[in-house]
Write a new protein. Structure first.
Length: 154
């Protein structure tokens, strides 16, 4: 939703930016786009809202789980993700990357070095030569460096 509203220059209404909030047409359109994106059974959560920011905040408060259980679940996913459980290297990299982004949204930042190490640790034995090559090359083990190596086989 953030990307969609941003692409049509309406996300500022949700953020509460004054120039957007004061534009009744943009505010009405942003709220309508949010309402239209919500499944019918969830409309009751936002039916009484007046602004897109209020609608977004209600949805966030209703559905976002930022507690310890959520963080623990994401950490478990992050540390247990293995390439063998994914259909492609792209899916594997995206799963690790998206999980770290979700943790960051919960104010739990995973350092770039750790992302690189996690990407390497979930690889099967056939990647052992590549891992050894990386260790011996002096290349800095970072999430971005490993992603590039895996995705583009450089």
């Amino acid at each position: 939703m953030r990307a969609y509203l941003g692409s049509i220059d309406l996300w500022g209404c949700v953020e509460g930016i004054e120039s957007y909030v004061n534009d009744a047409k943009k505010s009405t359109m942003a709220r309508a786009k949010i309402i239209l994106a919500v499944e019918k059974q969830n409309y009751s959560h936002i039916q009484d809202t007046k602004t897109p920011k209020e609608a977004w905040d209600k949805l966030r408060d209703t559905f976002e789980d930022s507690g310890l259980t959520r963080k623990e679940g994401l950490l478990r996913t992050l540390t247990s993700t293995r390439f063998i459980d994914c259909s492609s290297i792209e899916e594997y990299v995206n799963k690790i990357t998206s999980t770290t982004h979700k943790l960051k949204e919960l104010n739990f930042e995973v350092k770039d070095k750790m992302i690189g190490a996690l990407l390497l640790s979930g690889l099967p034995e056939e990647y052992k030569p590549m891992i050894m090559e990386l260790e011996n090359s002096g290349t800095k083990i970072t999430g971005d460096a490993i992603k590039v190596k895996l995705l583009y086989k450089i």
